[in-house]
Design a protein around this ligand. Structure first.
Ligand SMILES: [Zn+2]
Length: 109
């Protein structure tokens, strides 16, 4: 299942001006409100921002959510173990913590 943004559909219909008569386009725009809606929430996007603290020791670091300011502790150069490999691979902090508790989806810089 996929969802569409009705505002975007309205803009998309504007692109047909010149191919379809204006009246047809307007009538289709008015019909958009008849499309059944689904309960979807807008995804908030944030970033983990490394912050300097007095607690920085060695490879550990503190990251702050760019939206709510919640702090997490993580390695400065995070890694994770993968099956079949003897060595951990380098990953981003977003890969280890893809979401903040505030609901933000964390984007890789
Ligand atoms: Zn947050």
């Amino acid at each position: 299942m996929s969802y569409v943004d009705t505002e975007q559909v309205s803009k998309w219909l504007d692109r047909w001006k010149g191919y379809l008569d204006e009246d047809s386009i307007m009538r289709m725009k008015y019909r958009i409100i008849d499309i059944p809606t689904a309960d979807v929430t807008e995804v908030k996007h944030g970033k983990w921002v490394m912050v300097e603290t007095e607690y920085d020791i060695g490879n550990s670091a503190i990251y702050e959510c760019s939206l709510c300011g919640r702090k997490i502790g993580c390695d400065r150069y995070p890694t994770k173990r993968v099956p079949g490999s003897d060595y951990p691979i380098a990953v981003s902090v977003e890969e280890l913590f893809p979401y903040c508790h505030c609901g933000a989806k964390m984007e890789v810089e």
